[in-house]
Ligand binder design. Structure first.
Ligand SMILES: [Zn+2]
Length: 237
């Protein structure tokens, strides 16, 4: 079910069954010149919709948090960068409010790497008051499965671009991306704070031209299936 469509009474009876709440979190950020600014939020929202549709009684889809922390890509047009501390505080407050509303079982579907640090801290805070949070970073956690479906993953790379094409091909303009783009950054595990403009030349890495709607469909399906498996492990019915 989707919480926005439920009445208070309907929510109260659904809550008895301890549903797993799905909270998509993203950002508004430059994704090359070919993919939409909402790439990092429309993808986790779509994954959430697919998971919810697969088992509407078990999963409760929540409205998304669309604004995130985008320090790295802040110099590029269209990026809306929320500083890390207020973002952390807000996500933590939402998670705690969900626990109070009777939804301690939460899967956060994150679509944006710049959010990762703040989300870990927010989840720890929420855990202190009884939340059981699983954070899914689809492009990292399912990297092996992604590489089996498509080559050239990266920021605004083939994986993200294909997923957006599967959602709405009109939002992607592959003709506006150069033939050659830098490969995905190998060192994703630590922050290189100097020279952020040169780390993402043109706000893209990977190979967006490998993207097709069919591969995007396969990616989204795989992600939804993997999230269901994670839910089955973390929150046995
Ligand atoms: Zn992205």
């Amino acid at each position: 079910m989707r919480i926005s469509e439920l009445t208070s009474r309907a929510f109260s009876s659904l809550r008895e069954a301890s549903p797993v709440a799905l909270l998509p979190i993203g950002t508004v950020e430059a994704h090359g010149m070919h993919a939409p600014l909402g790439t990092d939020i429309v993808i986790p929202v779509e994954i959430g919709r697919r998971v919810e549709r697969a088992d509407p009684k078990r999963f409760l889809l929540l409205p998304e948090i669309p604004y995130g922390h985008s320090w790295d890509l802040a110099p590029f047009a269209g990026t809306v960068d929320i500083p890390a501390r207020p973002f952390l505080r807000y996500v933590s407050a939402v998670a705690v409010a969900l626990v109070r509303a009777g939804l301690p079982r939460q899967i956060w579907l994150n679509g944006h790497g710049g959010n990762n640090g703040a989300l870990t801290l927010a989840a720890e805070e929420a855990a202190e008051v009884g939340a059981a949070v699983v954070i899914v970073h689809w492009w990292m956690d399912f990297r092996r499965e992604i590489d089996a479906i498509i080559e050239g993953a990266g920021h605004a790379g083939a994986d993200e671009t294909a997923a957006v094409m599967a959602i709405d091909p009109n939002w992607v303009h592959l003709e506006d991306t150069p033939d050659q783009t830098p490969p995905r950054l190998a060192r994703l595990t630590y922050k290189e704070l100097a020279g952020r403009e040169s780390r993402f030349p043109g706000a893209v890495n990977g190979q967006p031209r490998h993207a097709t709607p069919e591969k995007g469909e396969a990616l989204l399906d795989m992600c939804a299936r993997r999230v269901q498996e994670i839910a089955a492990e973390s929150f046995p019915a």
